[in-house]
Design a binder for this molecule. Structure first.
Ligand code: SF4
Length: 76
C-alpha cells in the first residue's frame, strides 16, 4: 500500500500531462528519521492500510510467486 501511494504521487509528464492538470497526490505525514523508525513496519505511521500487526511486527521479506520480494503484512 505504501508503494502504491508513492507511485500515485508521481507527476504526469509528456503525453500523459496533456490530459489536464491534476493536483499531485501526496502521502500524509513526514518521513521518520533513520534513527527513529517506529516499531513494526517503518511506514506504518503514513500507511492507509495499517492494522495492528503493522504496528506490532516488522514485516519480513516474502518472495513473490512470479519474481521479486515484498515486505508488507498486507501485500496483494
Ligand atoms: S506492513 Fe502495514 S503499514 Fe507497512 S506497508 Fe504494509 S500495510 Fe502498510
Amino acid at each position: 500500500p505504501y508503494t502504491k501511494g508513492l507511485v500515485a504521487s508521481l507527476p504526469l509528464l509528456g503525453a500523459r500531462a496533456r490530459h489536464g492538470r491534476h493536483k499531485l497526490k501526496e502521502i500524509t505525514g513526514v518521513v521518520p528519521a533513520v534513527t527513529a523508525f517506529p516499531d513494526g513496519c517503518r511506514f506504518n505511521p503514513r500507511c492507509y492500510a495499517r492494522t495492528e500487526i503493522c504496528v506490532a511486527q516488522d514485516p519480513g521479506v516474502t518472495p513473490l510467486p512470479q519474481d521479486g520480494l515484498v515486505r508488507c503484512h498486507h501485500h496483494e
